[in-house]
Design a binder for this molecule. Sequence first.
Ligand code: GDP
Length: 529
Amino acid sequence: MSNALIAKEVAKRRTFAIISHPDAGKTTITEKVLLHGHQIQKAGTVKGKKSGQHAKSDWMEMEQERGISVTTSVMQFPYGEALVNLLDTPGHEDFSEDTYRTLTAVDSCLMVIDGAKGVEDRTIKLMEVTRLRDTPILTFMNKLDRDIRDPLELLDEVEQVLNILCAPITWPIGSGKNFKGVYHLLRDEVILYKTGQGHRIQEVDIIKGLDNPELDQRIGVYADDLREQIELVNGASNSFDKELFLAGELTPVFFGTALGNFGVDHMLDGLVDWAPVPQPRETDDGQAVAADNAAFSGFVFKIQANMDPKHRDRVAFLRIVSGQYEKGMKMHQVRVGKDVRISDALTFLAGDRSHVEQAYPGDIIGLHNHGTIQIGDTFTGGEKFKFSGIPNFAPELFRRIRLKDPLKQKQLLKGLVQLSEEGAVQVFRPLINNDLIVGAVGVLQFDVVVHRLKSEYNVEAIYENINVATARWVSSDSERKLDEFRRKAEANLALDGGDNLTYIAPSMVNLSLAQERYPEISFSHTREH
Ligand code: GDP
């Protein structure tokens, strides 16, 4: 296929993910986004809510829930001239390293904030991850049908806490019972809100121009309030600047209610107009592969196991970087140095998994495999380079894992190493003893691992608490300094599943003391595959 044809497909695509704190409205906004993409006639069918006792639920249940959620783990839908890929980021109890890694596979992110609550801690963490690649961020202030905090104060909080400039694109008129709609600063239009239209695309009721007397007739005293506020907003806040947005330094902000399906379309318009098309991706030799490069390439950012309980099936999610996927094509798996023929990749049209004939940069395809694919794997049309920037993230939760039957130590280690290669969990072996420490980002990962160890490796394991607060991968330009560090800090050092040296800190204070004491050692909270 020629570069020009690929470039045409690339130009249409926007690949993004949603970051938010649990309950801010990610699921609801996903439903409405799909509604606007005409993927579901009636919103409200994206996925069932999980039960609160998830951590206690058994594997079958988890599997079933995953079966449901996988169909929504990548969603592709048309919007206007564009073709949008929305990558789901596991939240709530199923929060895991995959959530972080998915953010390294998109070209932009939508940040959803509960207008009554403002910036919450999960959002802060997820924003840190987007900063690794300076990913452009759009913001949706949600739940305007409830009483929210002062909008200017909300913007100020985003700017201070998340260190990103805010440029309001729409501005709310009242909130809660008095939510009247929004003023679109760029279009100079008031879009009036109607209740009871949450399940369909709203009939738009637009008043052109802030000075339009019709506005006073329609919203009464709110009209003059709005005029005053807009004057203030124009003076006090930033105007939209696409360059700053693309650099990840400024976020366009939209106000609305996902539940009432109001304002989501303004955000989608912004996404399609401003968010970047599939971006070039760096390789380990410092080159960048452009999306319209004719040769196929892509990388694996997530592996999902046991999606279909009838098969021991794992699906590797591959983000296409360049070229074109065609059914039956041969791909080169760079890490193992082998060619594989892919005849049955999955594509993810909203709501169901189907088999694709073609896919393009920015698209995600699912490759079936039985453990031969690892997170971070690069696939090409034959070339030998490897994409960078698909990291492991330092776990935040730790447990010691122990066997019920001590004779199976070898299987346990093998299972843990394989599961860590797949990204299900991370494993650490201290230098000074035979403990095995499992590290995770989300608590559900622990359950998944114990269950999979039993069903796939036939070992029964249990967890014990352990006093570890955080882990950092260590390295140094000086071999001598690293050796010295290895000797002196041995009690706090471990090897991870890939034999990389890791500092295991009992507390954050220990970590900062070590960083002070050993300035030549770098303590990294991500590690490249
Ligand atoms: P998630 O945890 O971020 O996926 O959040 P959900 O989409 O599940 O929303 C959490 C709760 O907030 C649910 O009860 C939603 O119905 C509710 N919710 C979401 N958006 C809105 C909104 O715009 N207004 C109101 N009042 N409730 C909302």
